[in-house]
Design a protein around this ligand. Structure first.
Ligand code: FE
Ligand code: FE
Ligand code: ZN
Length: 275
């Protein structure tokens, strides 16, 4: 049985999220470590985290996939803003120690005209610094659609960051909408895309997936998520993904335009596809 879940609101605390996940049949989930469009983090509550950890174990959850704020751009041009983003990353990883052994995924960043190489260097430097502390969390770089100066739209870019960081505690989270928009044809050639991933990055670094259909056609570099089966990826693509030997045991997180009941329906749909 695979690990399926969705983005949940963290506002009620960790235990509340696990209960919410259970109520919709999820056995993993994602949550924003702080306001996704700002930087404010909520107060830490160790007792609540400990309760959540017990519940996660009791119900055999897969690894959770926390998500860094969209506003955290480790390679932004302004040095002060860049330093602040690096601090936010470090604080997020420290906070993840309350839920040990899970994943923390983030968007690598946008180089905003400084160039790919400079961007990759800033991102790697911030990661190296944050990872010095050895917090019990694996950091995941998300595959991006390659919108504007976004870094991470190509496997080579993620590989360059992984190499520069040189820490085994960094992996990749594959977002289905993003890579299809980014020009990787997982609709007609999932195996080909995964072999390319393996050749460039290594499938051992692929730790989690975001399951989203796309509102836009192949290689549009747009990044607009759609409900499963209502976009350009289609249900058969998701059927292949949930049953693929290299993918089926990884946590799969829905980021489709849904509220809880919609997510619950999609989780039922995904479980029905499992062979
Ligand atoms: Fe994301
Ligand atoms: Fe995503
Ligand atoms: Zn997206």
């Amino acid at each position: 049985m695979g690990y399926f879940g969705c983005h949940l609101s963290a506002s009620g605390g960790n235990t509340a999220m696990v209960k919410m996940a259970l109520s919709i049949g999820a056995n993993t989930f994602a949550f924003f470590t702080r306001n996704p469009r700002g930087s404010k983090a909520k107060k830490e509550d160790p007792a609540d985290a400990a309760r959540a950890v017990r519940l996660l174990e009791k119900h055999n959850f897969g690894k959770l996939v926390a998500h860094g704020a969209y506003t955290m751009n480790l390679c932004t041009a302004d040095p002060e803003a860049r330093a602040f983003a690096a601090e936010v990353l470090e604080d997020d990883l420290r906070r993840m120690a309350a839920l040990p052994g899970n994943f923390y995924n983030f968007h690598p960043g946008s180089h905003v005209g400084q160039g790919l190489d400079a961007g990759i260097e800033y991102i790697s430097d911030a990661l190296k610094k944050a990872l010095r502390h050895d917090y019990p969390v694996t950091v995941l770089l998300e595959t991006m659609a390659g919108k504007g100066s976004e870094i991470g739209g190509k496997f080579e870019e993620l590989k360059a960051i992984l190499d520069a960081v040189g820490n085994a505690n960094v992996g990749v989270c594959l977002d289905t909408c993003h890579i299809y928009d980014g020009g990787y044809d997982i609709v007609d050639d999932l195996d080909g895309v995964l072999s390319e991933f393996d050749r460039i990055i290594g499938l051992d670094r692929l730790c989690a997936l975001h399951l989203n259909d796309s509102k836009n056609p192949f290689a549009s570099h747009k990044d607009r998520h759609e409900l499963l089966g209502q976009g350009s990826l289609g249900l058969e693509t998701f059927r292949s993904i949930v049953n693929h030997p290299s993918l089926k045991d990884k946590p799969m997180i829905l980021e489709t335009p849904n509220e809880l009941p919609g997510y619950q329906k999609e989780i039922v749909l995904l479980r029905a596809m499992e062979k």
